[in-house]
Design a protein around this ligand. Structure first.
Ligand code: GLU
Ligand code: ZN
Length: 287
């Protein structure tokens, strides 16, 4: 398999220094290995994705001196593929509809159960399992949130699951990372694989697309380290290969706060308008 990295921005705001760091890192790693560098536009959240932001992403990346394979994959073109996998998981009884509100989940999770405090996972509160035992309607897929039945999903998989980390997680985790089933059940749980408005969730689409694009190394921010636990479960469950992951440090502002899309003051385009050069941007992110 050819070494391949990717940068997968959501077109929901301007790219800032943190994105520049991820994109340059992925590009340079591919170049150093004489591999491929791919771009993917994660535009399935139609309430937030805008064509103007997508256009600006291409513009900013080109200005940074990056080149990527064409055509670019856009997630909005992949909805039938996501749907097909959801249908398969549904037929296998591995996903179930959930109608709980955030409040229902918070209440059920904090109900005094054997004195355990509510636990948080990659997606917030661990789902307490309220809808897991309701028999699924016969068909078709309901227009509701669909959750993975984690216990059933893990039943046929090796314990522990593993992946290779070539960067580091937030606590310095590196090398071969092991994910015991017991940890996945208590610290990840029945995560959402489909939302009514979006079809597939981020977790499902990112896994299917990394596979579809032949990605062998995923460089991305440390904030996604625990989301990788979910991605590894889905890869094993769907019989896909697991790429290596390279989680990198987050670029922070002067106050030490991590940059978010709303920090438009650090948008790459503004530095560019101020007369900074692409090498200034590399220096600012420490590359
Ligand atoms: N689209 C995601 C974001 O903008 C990145 C997903 C990933 O790198 O896996 O944060
Ligand atoms: Zn529910």
């Amino acid at each position: 398999m050819i070494f391949a990295t990717r940068f997968a921005p959501s077109p929901t705001g301007p790219l800032h220094l943190g994105h520049a760091y991820s994109a340059i890192l992925a590009h340079d790693m591919a170049q150093a290995a004489q591999g491929r560098f791919l771009l993917r536009i994660e535009d399935i959240d139609s309430s937030r994705a805008r064509p103007e932001w997508e256009a600006q992403i291409y513009d900013d990346l080109a200005w940074l001196g990056l080149t990527w394979e064409k055509p670019v994959l856009r997630q909005s073109a992949r909805l039938p593929a996501y749907r097909a996998v959801l249908t398969r998981l549904w037929a296998l009884g591995l996903i179930y509809p959930c109608t709980c509100s955030r409040r229902d989940i918070a209440e059920a999770a904090s109900a005094p159960q054997e004195g355990v405090a509510p636990a948080f996972g990659p997606d917030g509160l661990i789902y307490p399992g309220t809808c897991r035992h309701v028999p699924n309607p016969a068909s078709p897929l309901p227009n509701a949130v669909l959750r993975l039945n984690m216990a059933r999903a893990l039943a046929g998989l090796p314990d522990p699951l593993t992946f290779t980390e070539t960067g580091a997680g937030p606590n310095g985790e590196t090398g071969q990372i092991t994910l015991p089933h017991a940890m996945l059940l208590s610290e990840v749980g029945d995560i959402i694989l489909a939302r009514a408005q979006m079809g597939a969730s981020y977790h499902l689409s990112v896994v299917l697309d990394d596979d579809h694009q032949g990605i062998t190394l995923v460089p991305r921010g440390q904030d996604l380290f625990t989301a990788t636990y979910i991605h590894v479960v889905l890869q094993k469950l769907l019989g896909l290969s697991t790429p290596a992951y390279h989680h990198h440090r987050l670029i922070r502002d002067e106050a030490g706060k991590r940059l978010a899309k709303r920090d438009d003051a650090r948008a790459i385009s503004l530095y560019r308008d101020e007369g900074k050069t692409p090498s200034d941007i590399r220096a600012m992110v420490g590359l």
